[in-house]
Design a protein around this ligand. Sequence first.
Ligand SMILES: Nc1ncnc2c1ncn2[C@@H]1O[C@H](COP(=O)(O)OP(=O)(O)OP(=O)(O)O)[C@@H](O)[C@H]1O
Ligand SMILES: [Mg+2]
Length: 388
Amino acid sequence: MVLLEGAELGETRTRVRLEPFAHQVGGHTSMLHYDETTLCKPLFSQEQVFYESLPADMKPFTPQYRGLISVYVEKDSSGHISLVACPQNDNESPAQESPMATKRTQQRAKTPCAAEHKPAREGPLLDRTCNDSRSSVCGTGKGKRDASFHMKDPNGNESATPERSSHNPWGLHCHRAQLMRMSSDSKDNEPYRFLLLENVASTFQLPCILDLKMGTRQHGEDASEEKKRRHMKKCEQSTSSSLGLRLGGMQVYQATTGHFLCRNKYDGRTLTAEGFRQALYQYLHDGHQLKRELLQPVLQRLSALRAVIERQGSYRFYSSSLLLIYEGKKHSPGRHPFSAPPRVDVRMIDFAHTSYRGATPAYEGPDRGYIFGVENLINMLQEIKDGD
Ligand SMILES: Nc1ncnc2c1ncn2[C@@H]1O[C@H](COP(=O)(O)OP(=O)(O)OP(=O)(O)O)[C@@H](O)[C@H]1O
Ligand SMILES: [Mg+2]
């Protein structure tokens, strides 16, 4: 978090400059780093309603919901764009949903934070973090940037001239696109609404993350006919239809090279079932060896998740993801003389198109497409565990 002080009216106020989250592996919107344990994400009202009516037994499997916040687009005197949140103003006035959201409130917020905006002298430029991913700006505050990121090409080969960065390249790609959207959409300092969510990777030093798009159907009830057709085609042509799973992004720390190996959603869409299985294997491999010790804890958590989803009648988690996370940093043997079980996490994210209890149309029973995906994942991990 970068704290900024507002000085006018003799008052000291906290504003938070939002930076791109270093470990965003998938999605299309930019996840922004708010504080050490909190991210923010453009608001989709359906996702807010989901979090606010979340069944208690799903809470251990979802990020904690931490409310809403107003976010302003700011340009400095040289035209660089950054995003700034004003926590204390949040409840004072309505604000617009993000340009990616389907519905937008029209009222303008007149807040002291908005009054601080400087007039732009040039057309929109990207903020410095994006323009130079190697600059020191990238490493502010988080203290966990001791590994860079390398891309894999669609065949799984590392690119010949890998882009070195302290941020996941997919996350930076999303951030650039979102800044462009927000700056061209921003109306006279009107703030955007963002969700505050627990950063489920924050307790990991070198988080190895797998984003799996779950289920056999991706389009939500709100999708236009054209969008529905597009999503159905992507499902038919990928492992979504055959496995109820699709790789939405991945980063895995390689002990051999000291960097993260990354794959993105475009790569994920091209995988066959066998390619998907290999990607899963790669996610569990540190370059030296398969991390077998992860398998049992992940399998246990997936079984618990399956039981919880079985109980969620009428929910449909269209286009949501499952995040698998484990620690890529090797613990020093001195501090752990006896081998402790590795820390792993499994969380559901992205509920912008989830259909919940009370919504129309009403669905009966649990989400079978989702459970199909969880079961296939369990089976594949079990095969990896039993194999070799
Ligand atoms: N709570 C969280 N903690 C840590 N990382 C997160 C969290 N939520 C999202 N992410 C990261 O951000 C990425 C995108 O998140 P999410 O799927 O919510 O965004 P989206 O843009 O709505 O996705 P989509 O394109 O599928 O609609 C994930 O792949 C993950 O890497
Ligand atoms: Mg997503």
